[in-house]
Design a binder for this molecule. Sequence first.
Ligand code: 3PG
Ligand code: MG
Length: 398
Amino acid sequence: MNKMTVRDIDVKGKRVLVRVDFNVPLDEKTGTIADDSRIQAALPTIKYLVGQEAKVILCSHLGRPEGKVVDNLRMTVIAERLSRHLKRPVQVAMECIGPKVERAVAELKGGDILLLENLRFHSEEEKNDPAFARALASLAEIYVNDAFGTAHRSHASITGVAEDLPAVAGLLMEKELATLGSILDNPARPFVGVLGGAKVSDKVGMLENIMNKVDALLIGGGMANVFLRAMSFDTGQSVVESGSLSTVFDLMKEAAAYEVRLLLPDDVVVTDEISAEAEAAVVSIDKIPTQMKIVDIGPKTIEKFRRELEKSRTVFWNGPMGIDEIPQFAQGTRSMARILAGLKAATIIGGGSTAEVVIDMKLADEMTFVSTGGGASLRFLGGRSLPGVEVLLDKDGK
Ligand code: 3PG
Ligand code: MG
């Protein structure tokens, strides 16, 4: 990576503003943290700064409060969890800018940690308002971005603050960019991409960018429906993103030109209603009943994908194979997670819902890397720059 990191700058005793992505899923009923992977992923940077006796000022968004104070999106629960992981106190501010925060910052000693209130309680954060960014930046002498999961957003705490402060990458940011970058640069072969999720349009950029790098693409989820339709199969009542048909024709041509093996479902799980009580049936793709819709890949397809994956040395997976919230439509996705967990290959999991499944199944430790970024990893693998990375100082000092 050609960006400076927190190790390349003298942070000793300095006030350091660290943008983290503590946007963790919360349990709807209890308001407790459902999964704290993103908090754990930020620990190395925080520990490093504490070790350097920096005055650590952490900031993040949580949820989408849209510029208003929402009490159950306050950062208090996050501070408690962070404090438990670090085994040291984490102060929490009730604001993210203003005189009270300035006083709290002035009282910090080397090694102290202060977590600011949810940045998105101010609409200026998402608008990248210059005055808001300046107020945030004025709290510190150095800015560290460790929020890979939000690096695709040009918000005040991501890009705005970098106008006023020397800006460097945190250790999670460095690891994310290095790991995802290694897929693009020099993957061990065979390199297999497993792609699912609802829409082709979300993934076109990434598909186009990795097409000349992968040896095989295994396609499932709602996006497979468009490929099936492109091959003239009757997909019944399945949701088919018909606007993506011509894109899919192009992708199929590209796959052929690069000699990429494109593996699509041979059998699928179908149902007539999408509900927890729905009944599921397995059918071959040339026998999809007109009144049914596709909700998962079938067992033959899982076996075909398994055989391909067992030959691979690098696997990147993004997107569920079916509707993973409903158990009878989640077998494809859950099988992919189990198969990948058992491989000797380097297994890299895109963030978002794919990471959630892997974490929920307690298989994250069996994978080589689980990204903390959903939208950010898609954009990065699509070959597009991330605004939050662009603003960081280059290694050669520019
Ligand atoms: C995410 O979880 O996608 C990141 O934290 C960014 O949040 P956002 O999608 O609400 O901008
Ligand atoms: Mg998002």
